[in-house]
Design a protein around this ligand. Structure first.
Ligand SMILES: C[S@@+](CC[C@H](N)C(=O)[O-])C[C@H]1O[C@@H](n2cnc3c(N)ncnc32)[C@H](O)[C@@H]1O
Length: 771
């Protein structure tokens, strides 16, 4: 009912606006149009049994229709209401498919009886419904909902005898063990379905139901032998071990993805989240997200109709496109009378994945200008000859060495072997002639060791500027100028570690460099809050499935804590500096130790796993407990800097970071940018005046995309209402207007007032509006 109710809210809001503007006729027309859409809404249950679901759907839609007609009467539209006959909600709006002929006949009757009950309740016992009362309308079809076929023929063996199979049901007592075993004499014929094809479903706005709860084995027992083979032949996308109900889910998802159906809603066994059934949902949700789960209860008590047994079910509702959803987790359940349960839920919002878990939509996080220009993947040399040994270095003058020879760092050097590699960097020398003049030795060396390789490179610039690195990071180099140190992290590594390196160190393209020379930032980046973010955003790579640190995903959108008091910054700075110094000291004193080894031991400590002898030795020499203490202190201090509890789950951290990113993006759109290095990134920047007037309110979080102003009033009302509902804080009309392309406060204010007038929004004293 939610989509119908949401539309109705929009129509009510629009009608209120029009009435206020003295346009009562237009208001009536809106409500009438909604009613006629409602009266054409069709609901399908493709395994409808005796029609309970359709009956309940009819009752809810009739309730809504009652509200719509009440409003029309209030608006003085008595004529429309009096002439309703023929276009109102009747059993004809409710369609069913059912294989059992008896159940199908009952379902049709249930709908008519339900309709008549409603009619007499509302109109009184003496007002009969339009004749003929029980119209011969067949909306329940007695047929197979999955396949159609040309013929069903008995399979014959080579001797022309019918092939038979145990009937899947009949048991007998074993003569020796006395236990029940299949009675192989109870046999049924095996059928071949000739030309099986997908059964067609009538077009419907909503598809609901609880199709049969069978695993693959019971499907065989309850259907003719040969049937499931025919079904599989038609729907080869559904894996063999998926629950039978997934064929219905699959068909309904296709209709939903095509947007011919607004929503599908099924009750299934809770095993829908197990791998084979989950794969069916995943196939509809992958890539471009043709459908999304907008509501789910993964595990709910239920009584099986067939045998009255307690079972556990899942509720899934899906709609087209990419959408977030509402998930209810059962917290407490108490049995009450008649096998029913009283249930209390915990509710979460977010993208619901095929495992029916909510995920934070990390894609919503936007690149922040505040973090711009201070990070880059390291240098890509493109020429082994740039890496040089002592032999060449000893030939150079002190000046040449100082200007052109540097330490080279790769991911391996950070986390594994600690080679002392040296590299030539003459990228800032403008021409070949200049290089020859500045250092004949280097020139000669590079001509012989780099140029031949570069001469055959496909990229023109790489061939021509052969003494310059393939990726010289010219836009990033200025960020390093004037700094004493930089922060470096491996692009791909088992453990995400950030280390401080002199700014002269050339980190190669297996690293990401961050031009921040304050240990405070090392603390933030090394904190659990950032590590959880980096892991979720960066993904994993390679045989080792190691986490990656992608600058665009992990660093650029990361919201650093704002307005951190200096004393707290100092504490973070001190802990991070101590951590970096301790690790360096340990590695210098013990040649066999590496950061990977130390962090493997740290991981074991955190998991509470007993250490092996080798690990204990590394722990003792590597002072791993001390390393852990620094990390724990950093985690607690950084959580304090954000003003968050220190024990948030990973999911909560991600939810809060995405929300904070949105707030920051909204601030940045207003011109308030919390630069990490303002003196370098934006020396002329002036914060907007509102920053000083900001009384500590968090910025109004608005939709990421500016959307066009809807054409019709009901849609405008719905759009404005959903913006108010999604906002974390009350919004001023101009804030709401910013969500719409080219609209001003004056356009949205009447809609906001109308919403407030009918109780769907609150107008605050300061002129802002809240949901
Ligand atoms: C769990 S019951 C649904 C009960 C229903 N919600 C009700 O209110 O009575 C599943 C129904 O699916 C029907 N069914 C099973 N296989 C079917 C098929 N291939 N096509 C159509 N209906 C089928 C069964 O006969 C049964 O009535």
């Amino acid at each position: 009912m939610e989509p119908l109710r949401a539309d109705w809210d929009g129509v009510r809001g629009a009608a209120a606006t029009l009435i206020e503007e003295g346009k009562a006729d237009e208001a009536k027309a809106f409500v009438e149009a909604f009613h006629s859409r409602l009266a054409q809404t069709r609901v399908l249950d493709p395994a409808c049994g005796t029609g309970n679901f359709l009956y309940v759907a009819m009752a809810r839609m009739k309730e809504l229709e009652g509200e719509v007609l009440d409003l029309l009467v209030e608006l003085g539209d008595d004529q429309y209401v009096a002439e309703l006959t023929g276009h109102t909600i009747t059993p004809e709006n409710f369609l069913g498919i059912e294989i059992n002929p008896r159940a199908a006949a009952i379902a049709q009757l249930v709908l008519w009886i339900g309709y008549l009950q409603w009619h007499f309740r509302v109109n009184g016992a003496d007002r009969t419904p339009p004749e003929p009362i029980l119209r011969d309308v067949k909306t329940i079809e007695n047929r197979d909902a999955l396949i159609e076929w040309d013929d069903k023929v008995a399979e014959l063996d080579d001797a022309g005898e019918p092939v038979t199979w145990w009937d899947g049901e009949t048991m007998k007592e074993h003569p020796v063990t006395g236990k029940k075993v299949p009675d192989e004499t109870a046999r049924v014929e095996v059928y071949r379905y000739v030309k099986p094809r997908a059964a067609k479903w009538p077009k419907a706005d909503f598809i609901v139901g609880n199709p049969p709860f069978h695993g693959a084995r019971t499907v065989r027992a309850t259907n003719p032998v040969g049937y499931i083979e025919a079904v599989r032949q038609v729907y080869d996308i559904v894996p063999e071990n998926a629950d039978f109900v997934m064929f219905w889910w699959h068909k309904a998802a296709i209709a939903t993805a095509n947007a011919s159906t607004v929503r599908l809603g099924f009750i299934t066994t809770k095993s829908i989240t197990q791998s084979f059934s989950r794969a069916v949902m995943a196939s509809h949700m992958a890539d471009k997200r043709r459908v999304s789960i907008v509501f789910a209860i993964p595990n709910h008590p239920w009584i099986d109709e067939a045998d009255g047994a307690d079972v556990r079910v899942a509720f899934t509702v899906a709609a087209s496109g990419k959408q977030t959803g509402r998930k209810l987790e059962v917290l407490i359940e108490r049995p009450i009378a008649d096998g029913a349960f009283e249930v209390e839920f915990a509710e979460t919002h977010g993208l619901i994945n095929p495992s029916l878990r909510t995920e934070v939509d990390l894609q919503e996080a936007k690149t922040l200008r505040a973090n711009s220009d201070v990070s880059s993947v390291g240098f890509q040399l493109t020429g082994k000859g740039f890496v040089v040994g002592e032999e060449l270095i000893s030939e150079l003058s002190d000046a040449e060495r100082q200007s052109f020879v540097f330490s080279l760092l790769g991911a391996r050097e950070i986390v594994q072997t600690r080679l002392q590699r040296r590299v030539i960097d003459v990228c800032e020398v403008v021409s070949e002639a200049d290089l020859r003049r500045a250092s004949p030795t280097i020139y000669q060396h590079l001509v012989n060791s780099v140029k031949p390789e570069r001469d055959v490179n496909a990229r023109k610039s790489v061939r021509e500027k052969w003494w310059v690195y393939g990726e010289a990071r010219n836009t990033f180099r200025p960020a390093l100028k004037g700094l004493a140190s930089q922060i470096v992290t491996p692009l791909t590594a088992k453990h995400r570690v950030f280390v401080v390196e002199p700014v002269s160190t050339r980190a190669d393209s297996t690293c990401v460099c961050i031009a921040l020379d304050d240990h405070y930032f090392l603390g933030i980046l090394s904190s659990r809050i950032h590590l959880v973010w980096a892991l979720a955003n960066g993904g994993r790579l390679g045989v080792g499935d190691d986490p990656r640190y992608l600058k665009g995903e992990c660093f650029d959108p990361f919201p650093f804590p704002g307005d951190v008091p200096e004393p707290l910054k100092d504490k973070i700075r001190a802990e991070a500096e101590a951590l970096d110094a301790l690790r360096k000291r340990v590695l210098e004193s013990h040649e066999d130790l590496t950061l990977t080894k130390l962090y493997n031991v740290l991981e074991a400590l955190r998991e509470g796993r007993p250490l092996t002898d080798a690990e204990r030795d590394m722990h003792d020499r590597g002072l791993v407990t001390l390393i852990r203490q620094h990390h724990d202190a950093i985690d607690a201090l950084v959580a304090e800097a954000y003003g968050w509890p220190a024990d948030l789950s990973d999911e909560e951290i991600l939810t809060r970071l995405v929300a904070l990113n949105k707030e920051r993006a909204a601030e940045e759109a207003r011109g308030l940018i919390r630069w990490l290095r303002p003196e370098y990134q934006a020396p002329d920047y002036k914060a907007p005046v509102t920053q000083t007037l900001d009384l500590g309110e968090t910025a109004a979080a608005l939709p990421d995309n500016v959307i066009p102003w809807p054409g019709s009033l009901p849609e405008q009302v719905s759009a404005v209402q959903s913006i108010l509902t999604a906002a974390a804080t009350p919004l001023a009309p101009q804030d709401v207007a910013r969500a719409f392309k080219g609209k001003r406060a004056a356009t949205v204010r009447p809609v906001l007032d109308a919403l407030a007038g009918i109780g769907m929004a609150r107008r605050l004293k300061d002129g802002r509006y809240a949901a």
